[in-house]
Design a protein around this ligand. Structure first.
Ligand code: SAH
Ligand code: DHB
Ligand code: MG
Length: 210
């Protein structure tokens, strides 16, 4: 998709309010990495969560809380987002913006390594998981997702196109290999019905079918 068409979609379907704009501005100014999801990805996730009436969502990789705010805004009264973040500085920034957005009753940010937190959640049930942290362990996160998300629920992963590196034969690093393997499983694992939506940096979506 070229920039003009992408801008058209984002401006029509995913306008940012003052809180999201201010979050991105302050994140840039204070040196948080500029790797939040795009607004159109945020809107895509909202539509998907709304379609399955999601109440309980798990996010892996909070950063400054930008995606968490998109997600929490479509959760019903009593719904919740648990978001996992390794870096205390990111978690503190995110908690401040979640509060500003009036979403602190719905969002819990847990500081820790994703693998540890996922293991600690064994036995719990979520309607959807959003994978947006480190890329090398994505195949392991995918297996946890199948344990933690209910049938009919969603596995959603950002960066499925990885700036085009997934199709560049010269690229063979651990992160790219992790993303390629996640995409392969989303495409072929009989336990999910998957697709890669080429929004922004690519969003892989799988519905758990068994
Ligand atoms: N979802 C966010 C962007 C996440 S960027 C948004 O769209 O707003 C990736 C985040 O994952 C970073 O904040 C990074 O610190 C965190 N991260 C990286 N490896 C991690 C791990 N093993 N466990 C938990 N968080 C991790
Ligand atoms: C990067 C981008 C992401 O969206 C992410 O979740 C992790 C890393 C990156 O460009 O390095
Ligand atoms: Mg990402």
């Amino acid at each position: 998709m070229n920039d003009r068409v992408g801008d058209y979609v984002a401006r029509l379907f995913a306008p940012e309010d003052e809180i999201l704009m201010s979050l991105r501005e302050e994140a840039d100014r204070t040196g948080l990495p500029p790797i939040s999801i795009s607004a159109d990805t945020g809107r895509l996730i909202q539509v998907l969560l709304t379609a399955i009436s999601a109440r309980r969502v798990l996010e892996v990789g909070t950063l400054g809380g930008y995606s968490a705010i998109w997600i929490a805004r479509v959760l019903p009264h009593g719904g919740s987002l648990l978001s996992v973040e390794l870096e205390p500085r990111h978690a503190e920034f995110a908690a401040r913006y979640v509060r500003r957005a009036g979403l602190d009753a719905k969002v819990e940010i847990r500081v820790g390594r994703a693998l540890d937190v996922l293991a600690s959640l064994d036995g719990e049930r979520f309607d959807a998981i959003f994978l947006d942290a480190d890329k090398e362990p994505l195949p392991i996160y995918f297996e946890w997702a199948l344990r933690l998300v209910r049938r009919g629920g969603l596995i959603i992963a950002d960066n499925a196109l990885w700036g085009g590196r997934v199709v560049d034969d010269r690229v063979d690093d651990d992160a790219t290999r992790g993303i390629r393997e996640l995409n392969r499983r989303m495409a072929t694992d009989p336990r999910v019905a998957g697709i890669l939506v080429p929004t922004h940096d690519g969003v892989a979506v799988g519905v758990i079918v068994q």
